[in-house]
Design a protein around this ligand. Structure first.
Ligand SMILES: CC(C)(COP(=O)(O)OP(=O)(O)OC[C@H]1O[C@@H](n2cnc3c(N)ncnc32)[C@H](O)[C@@H]1OP(=O)(O)O)[C@@H](O)C(=O)NCCC(=O)NCCS
Length: 303
């Protein structure tokens, strides 16, 4: 097995053949190039590829993520993405052999942690545990949901221009004393919109708070909801409710103020989910020591 970095692939179209069966992702060179241009976390070495003769049989993606830690302030850590093996080569140890390349790459850059997102119901979870990753406490975070009687949506005015700056200012203010994904790259809001992580029509931005959400036929799923105080939360929530959907669903409630508001709103709560963020220390430290219990992460941070 030969290992090369993504940029050294002779046939970048082979990448589509690997990613399509794994994630249903048509990873054309143009799409990858755009993603790396827009989201600076993918800019450097995109990942390590395993070749059998000249056939692409496995991939482990690497990215650079800025986080906030208790002991170092803002620092960069490693992120793993796009882990896939050609089904014809499954369980022959390809992913196991590729991961050390990613970890060496992160250590060389001085990164203290490697993070990844996965499902506890996926075979990858076993693989990652064997490689020294453990679930972060996010797996236990509260999900709030509320089922409403059918209502009429308020007539919606044409969406105004999105004030990305205001959104970023609120985020910076509420994340001051949070660790983890509490720092985002410059102009993240505009870029996430360009990458279609949220639709401009599904954003509510008010002076003291904002919510980004996904609107399906009957459901609103919150991606990112922050506000500076309860009144600002209420202001945004009342506008989310006015969309008239039957179900409101917030999978990551981590602010006690928002939790209380949801409680007063009559929401129910659930703990535990399949989705998980895993972490492996690459230096002599631990998740708890670096991040404590104020670790920030929302649906918008999934990578
Ligand atoms: C997850 C994936 C990358 C594993 O790649 P792989 O090259 O087959 O993995 P390896 O051969 O190195 O397996 C290492 C370990 O992973 C676990 N594992 C891998 N495939 C497994 C399977 N089908 N069932 C149960 N465990 C499995 C086992 O613990 C295995 O060790 P073992 O064979 O000694 O028991 C591959 O199954 C895949 O591409 N899946 C689809 C895409 C995906 O789910 N990616 C991860 C998203 S987060």
């Amino acid at each position: 097995m030969k290992v090369v970095i993504y940029d050294q692939l002779d046939d970048p179209y082979g990448f589509i053949k690997l990613m399509e069966p794994a994630f249903g992702w048509t990873a054309t060179p143009t799409r990858i190039a755009r993603m790396r241009r827009l989201d600076q976390r993918y800019k450097d070495t995109f990942g390590f590829a395993a070749l059998d003769k000249s056939r692409l049989v496995g991939f482990v993606g690497v990215m650079d993520i800025r986080v906030r830690t208790l002991d170092r302030g803002v620092e960069t850590i490693g992120g793993i993405h796009g882990v896939a093996t050609d089904p014809n080569f499954a369980r022959t140890g390809i992913a196991t052999r590729l991961f050390p390349y990613a970890h060496r790459h992160f250590r060389r850059k001085g990164y203290r942690f490697s993070f990844l997102c996965t499902g506890r119901n996926l075979v990858g979870h076993n693989l990652y545990r064997k490689l020294g990753y453990t679930d972060t406490p996010l797996a236990d975070r509260l999900t709030a949901y509320r089922i409403y009687r059918p209502r009429k949506a308020k007539r919606r005015r044409k969406p105004k221009r999105i004030d990305y700056r205001r959104m970023e200012r609120v985020f910076a203010q509420v994340m001051k004393d949070r660790t983890g994904f509490s720092v985002r790259f410059p102009h993240w809001a505009r870029i996430k919109a360009k990458m279609q992580r949220f639709q401009p029509g599904s954003a509510i931005i008010r002076p003291g708070g904002y919510a980004l959400f996904e609107e399906r036929r009957r459901t609103i799923e919150i991606l990112d909801f922050h506000a500076v105080d309860r009144a600002a939360y209420q202001d945004v929530l009342s506008r989310v409710k006015a969309r008239g959907k039957a179900v409101l669903w917030d999978p990551y409630v981590s602010d006690p103020m928002l939790e209380q508001l949801y409680r007063d709103e009559g929401c129910e709560f659930r703990r535990g989910r399949w989705f998980t963020v895993m972490c492996k220390p690459l230096a002599r430290t631990s998740f708890d020591r670096a991040f404590g219990d104020r670790f920030a992460f929302t649906w918008l941070d999934v990578f």
